[in-house]
Design a protein around this ligand. Structure first.
Ligand code: MTE
Length: 329
């Protein structure tokens, strides 16, 4: 990760070195070296086309049924497991993209509890294993667009955040949901650094949190989340810039006032509370009109056009009807 002085401001993707993404070709070479060229070639082609159906076999299995929620499964090619799990933002473990993959093995994901607090009729502290069983697991294949100008397509496993919210019965005063994530200096080497105000806090308006596409994720690629991706539980809000999707959540608070989120505190001119993906509202220091898909790193590879609400406009556009999206960026 690159910095402007030592503040935690993102730099545009053009200043980030692209990584080679030839996972599929490596797989093919391995298979060919193994001997069975003909039949395996067909298998490999199948795997490349339906990568999300294959689990890498590195962590515990966590399968989910294909989601029936409108817009929840893009047919775009998924980003390789290797890239999804080694090119991360998880500042508690360092600010370089490779830091979480290298450092997050120290994160202890058991025992783990998530406290549900604030404006709810049924506040409670849920053990992660209870939370896992709260609702049937689904596979959602979402585009993730980072504010820095890169994107991925990730097959997540989880269920709608709304499933949890319904069960705790928010009161009429609950206007926002705040996600508080773990800040444990003993296991997270960069907690305490001046980059952000810890713990990492994010939030959503209540109707955003209740939207069926807002996901509480426990896994990806058919397995439990790797630590670098926010184990054991994180939010995934596909129509917003990636930083809205807090990792390693320990508290979900229902509140009346708009939460003061970590990035808004760090740079209110640069990161708004809404942070909806919007190609028409530039970041003050770079354009948001295009993006680089991780894994598509060819020298002459054209950038992709960024889509309004990251391509989920049909599903979520109504939430913002009548709002000035330049003001509420
Ligand atoms: N959550 C925590 N706790 N700490 C972080 O630094 N980074 C955010 C978000 N959630 C972050 C976080 C950012 S900037 C992005 S783009 C996504 O996580 C990245 O998720 P991924 O690494 O699984 O792709």
């Amino acid at each position: 990760m690159h910095f402007l002085k030592d503040r935690g401001f993102f730099l545009p993707s053009s200043e980030i070195t692209p990584r080679a993404g030839y996972e599929g070709r490596r797989d093919l070479l391995k298979l060919l070296a193994g001997g069975a060229a003909g039949a395996t070639l067909a298998t490999w082609a199948g795997r490349a086309a339906f990568a999300q159906a294959t689990r890498p076999g590195k962590l515990a299995a966590l399968p989910g049924a294909r989601s029936a929620v409108a817009g929840a499964v893009t047919m775009e090619k998924t980003t390789s497991y290797a890239d999804v799990t080694s090119y991360n933002n998880f500042y508690e473990f360092g600010t370089d993209k490779s830091d979480p993959g290298r450092n997050a093995h120290t994160l202890k994901t058991r025992p783990w509890t998530v406290a549900i607090e604030g404006e709810v009729k049924k506040p409670r502290v849920l053990d992660i294993d209870e939370l896992l069983k709260l609702s049937p697991m689904e596979e959602r294949v979402y585009r993730l667009r980072c504010v820095e100008g890169w994107s991925m397509v990730i097959p997540w496993v989880g269920y709608s955040l709304a499933e949890l919210i319904k069960r705790v019965e928010p009161t009429g005063n609950a206007k926002y949901v705040e996600f508080v994530t773990l800040a444990d200096a003993k296991t997270m080497p960069h907690v305490g650094s001046r980059v952000l105000d810890w713990p990492y806090v994010e939030g959503l308006r209540m109707d955003e949190a209740m939207h069926p596409l807002a996901l509480l994720a426990f896994g990806l690629y058919g397995e439990v989340l790797p630590n670098a991706n926010g184990a054991p539980v994180r939010a995934v809000v596909p129509w917003k810039y990636g930083f809205k999707s807090g990792k390693s959540i320990v508290k979900i608070r229902f509140v009346e006032k708009e939460p003061r989120t970590s990035w808004v505190k760090a740079g209110p001119q640069e990161y708004g509370f809404y942070s909806n993906v919007n190609p028409n509202v530039d970041h003050p220091r770079w354009s948001q009109a295009t993006e680089r898909r991780i894994g598509e790193d060819g020298l002459f590879q054209k950038k992709r056009a960024t889509l309004m609400f990251n391509g989920y406009e049909a599903q979520v556009g109504q939430l913002y009807a009548g709002m000035d999206l330049k003001k509420f960026f």
